[in-house]
Design a protein around this ligand. Structure first.
Ligand SMILES: [Zn+2]
Ligand SMILES: [Zn+2]
Length: 437
């Protein structure tokens, strides 16, 4: 069986120059094209070679042909946002939307995955780690395609925000796209076509796992991953909508499989303040550089970390981030924790007001200029002066949401000789690898 063709949304612009390297055919007119082309958005139409269109489809006439788009914006809303010329294999589909002309690349799923794994992973990573990631990315990709195929597929069962005058509980999950399966930016998975050459190792890893996805016996698994679980993985429901996913459960990230119940405050406190043995409890530079892109600039204190704020810093930060004036902060009280010790609901007590926030990402955004490493932390109040702490020290565990595969732990497993099947069945218990094509 052939790999499916997927639709990747590259960008939406009002006027674009692009180049066909090799020959493409404009399917409506049957005209063969190569070299530089230009399209402009005018009054809800695409203007191309003096004619108006609502949609245009260009197909390559050979496998070596590719097209090049000028000035594609990458890293939208990230500090490194910039523009770059990008090259893509496969077909080019232009569609009119109310914002301009949407550029969609139709490409073979395996071609797409080669590009994605090349931009997300270091080619120096162990083969088994790369293979595990290839299966995860492919599972996620085919699940998106399947969702789009079932046009009346399952709607979200729960609204993702709950607010009243005592609390704000919200979570952030992937929104589905309307015109295509996946976008090319970090919202989905970063995809830059063939702009950068893929290493031989990555091509081989994609080939060796060709068509392989993870299933729970019924459907394709929702293969979440994060940087470091902190020793025990988080259960899906504590981070996103309250729908059980049996293979996204709590597990000890170690050969050991006994672990404390971190939903109990005293157990979480003890766990977070110590540094128990775990696959992801490592400071091995060679392993960390496989996962952390800018390893030299990044801290290695992620298994256990500490952040400290003065009263003034914390009060101003929370006010700015939440829009709520708590006055001076008296306490930060965990009301509920997930299986990894991540706080699901946090009560902020101030001199003016008390309010509860959740879930983990909302907490991480509120208590940091960027993002706190994780919401698995304990709070120490220091220099208490007339009942008001002058300093708050947060001691935490792990990096990211902690659900599913722990990237640092998986990198260590790969180095220790586990194969990708063992890595995947460790992090996604009860699942199996199925070859779809
Ligand atoms: Zn997206
Ligand atoms: Zn871990």
């Amino acid at each position: 069986m052939e790999a499916p063709v997927i639709n990747v949304g590259i960008m939406t612009e009002k006027a674009v120059s692009f180049t066909f390297h090799g020959e493409y055919v404009h399917t409506e007119t049957g005209n063969f094209l190569s070299g530089e082309q230009r399209v402009i958005y005018v009054n809800g139409n695409i203007v191309f070679n003096g004619k108006l269109y609502k949609e245009i489809f260009f197909e390559p006439t050979s496998v070596s042909a590719f097209f090049e788009l000028k000035a594609v914006t990458i890293g939208v809303n990230f500090h490194w946002q910039r523009q770059e010329d990008q090259r893509f294999k496969g077909s080019l589909n232009l569609v009119v939307t109310d914002k301009g002309i949407m550029f969609i690349n139709q490409v073979d799923a395996e071609e797409y995955l080669t590009s994605v794994i090349s931009s997300e992973m270091s080619a120096n990573a162990s083969r088994e780690l790369l293979k595990a990631h290839a299966v995860i990315s492919r599972s996620w990709l085919l699940a998106q395609v399947e969702k789009n195929f079932k046009s009346n597929g399952p709607k979200k069962q729960h609204p993702n925000v709950y607010r009243d005058n005592q609390q704000l509980i919200r979570w952030y999950d992937h929104e589905d796209h309307e015109y295509f399966d996946v976008c090319a930016d970090d919202h989905c998975q970063r995809y830059q076509g063939i702009t950068r050459a893929s290493s031989l190792t990555i091509k081989e890893v994609i080939q060796e796992t060709r068509g392989e996805i993870l299933t729970d016996g019924e459907s394709i698994c929702d293969t979440r991953f994060s940087k470091c679980c902190g020793g025990i993985t988080e259960q899906f429901e504590y981070c996103w909508e309250p729908v059980p996913h049996p293979y996204l459960a709590a597990l000890r990230d170690s050969r050991e499989n006994t672990f404390p119940d971190l939903t109990v405050e005293a157990e979480a406190d003890k766990w977070i303040r110590t540094s128990p043995e775990a696959f992801c409890n490592t400071t091995d530079k060679a392993i960390l550089s496989q996962i952390l892109n800018n390893y030299d600039q990044e801290t290695t204190d992620f298994y256990r970390w500490q952040v400290s704020y003065t009263q003034k810093e914390l009060a101003e930060l929370i006010y700015r981030k939440s829009g709520i004036n708590f006055g001076e902060i008296l306490d930060l009280i965990p009301l509920s924790r997930g299986t990894s010790g991540r706080i699901e609901k946090l009560k902020i007590v101030g001199t003016h007001q008390t309010f509860i926030i959740g879930k983990e990402l909302e907490i991480r955004r509120t208590l940091s200029e960027t993002h706190l490493y994780s919401s698995a932390f304990v709070v120490d109040k220091e220099d208490i002066y007339f009942d008001i702490p002058q300093r708050f020290v947060l001691t935490g565990a792990g990096w990211g949401h902690g659900v599913g595969l722990c990237q640092i732990g998986a990198a260590v497993m790969g180095e220790q000789g586990y194969n990708y099947r063992q890595i995947l069945s460790h992090y996604f218990p009860g699942t199996e690898i199925e070859k779809r094509y």
